[in-house]
Write a new protein. Structure first.
Lengths: 102, 221
């Protein structure tokens, strides 16, 4: 290994010069950049499709024997399948004497 | 201490290699250096992961356009030299970083494509000088240069010089040791032998000295 020191930096000779950092300066730099195609390319949040809102629907695999019936009844009433399940749960709680949380 | 911005909207021009060589050589010569990695590819971060950072060097990673001016200002103080490695795209991050520069270095290979795209950085600097009403020293450094210069290299360099563009001499040569920095980390003195190490060290030191000369000249103006 060659560990020769080719030159030395004189720290005193390297002086920092004050540079404006105000919002006006940033705006001017941005405007100058935009003239030459240097534009905002910062990533904007998460890419891809946003998550779907919760619908309260029960997947057919959860209640395979009655899912079609629940779906048909929900369509007839114009509600989601979750509403039917909630009502069923309320009836179950009433019959068993369980205090329903909602 | 001065702020050096390594800027070219062209990818693969040698910005990160230039930043590491300059930072490690100036640190070896006694300067305290803060390297700021603004490249989403994190080239400097990859370099830093390979080996402990050489003495007198610290690295700031993942700095974006919202943070860049604050980050530079925080480290642009007595006894510390700041080197900013930018991403190879034309972004607002580049124009904001240049607004804080004491010297802008634009690395380019001696090809028409590099020169054409690199010229956009020169245009941006001129625009910012006018908008900010201050001089921003700027220089080109040719990278990955072959020992035997092509006619294209000579033509591009002559064209730049004739337009008053500062071209750093020596250029950075195509050296196995330079690309191996990202394999082994550290600096040219800590890595295992890669090709002609003496020539690589001499080239890197000569380049760093040429940059240092420009910094002292601009400090004395």
């Amino acid at each position: 290994m060659n560990d020769t020191k080719p030159f030395s930096v004189d720290l005193g000779s390297l002086k920092s010069r004050a540079k404006p950092t105000s919002a006006v300066t940033v705006h001017k730099a941005d405007a100058a950049g935009e003239k030459h195609g240097f534009v905002d390319r910062a990533p904007k949040g998460r890419r891809g499709r946003p998550p779907s809102p919760r619908t309260g629907q029960v997947h057919a695999k959860v209640l395979p024997h009655v899912s079609d019936d629940i779906m048909t009844e929900a369509r007839r009433r114009g509600v989601t399948q979750g509403v039917i399940i909630e009502e069923a749960w309320a009836l179950y709680c009433a019959e068993k004497g369980i205090e329903a949380s909602t | 201490m001065p702020v050096i911005i390594i800027a070219s909207p062209k990818g693969g021009a040698g910005k990160s290699t230039t930043a590491v060589l300059l930072g490690t050589e100036l640190a070896h010569a006694g300067a305290h250096v803060t390297l700021i990695d603004c490249d989403p590819n994190g080239s400097l971060s990859l370099w830093a992961e390979r080996a402990p950072l050489p003495p007198r060097i610290q690295l700031l990673e993942n700095i974006d356009e919202a943070q860049i001016i604050r980050a530079i200002k925080k480290h642009d103080g007595d006894g510390n030299l700041v080197i900013v490695d930018l991403e190879g795209v034309a972004s607002r991050l580049v124009s904001r970083a240049i607004s804080q520069a004491d010297l802008v270095l634009t690395p380019m290979r001696a090809t028409t494509l590099d020169a054409t795209i690199g010229a956009r950085a020169i245009g941006l600097i001129a625009e910012e000088e006018e908008a900010l009403d201050r001089q921003i020293p700027h220089a080109i450094v040719f990278t990955m240069t072959r020992a035997i210069r092509s006619k294209q290299h000579t033509g591009i360099e002559q064209s730049l010089r004739s337009q008053g563009v500062d071209v750093i001499d020596p250029p950075l040569m195509e050296r196995a040791a330079f690309s191996a920095l990202f394999q082994f980390g550290g600096d040219l003195r800590s890595m295992p032998q890669q090709g002609n190490m003496h020539a690589a060290q001499e080239n890197a030191a000569g380049f760093a000295q040429a940059v240092y000369k420009r910094l002292t000249e601009s400090s004395n103006e």
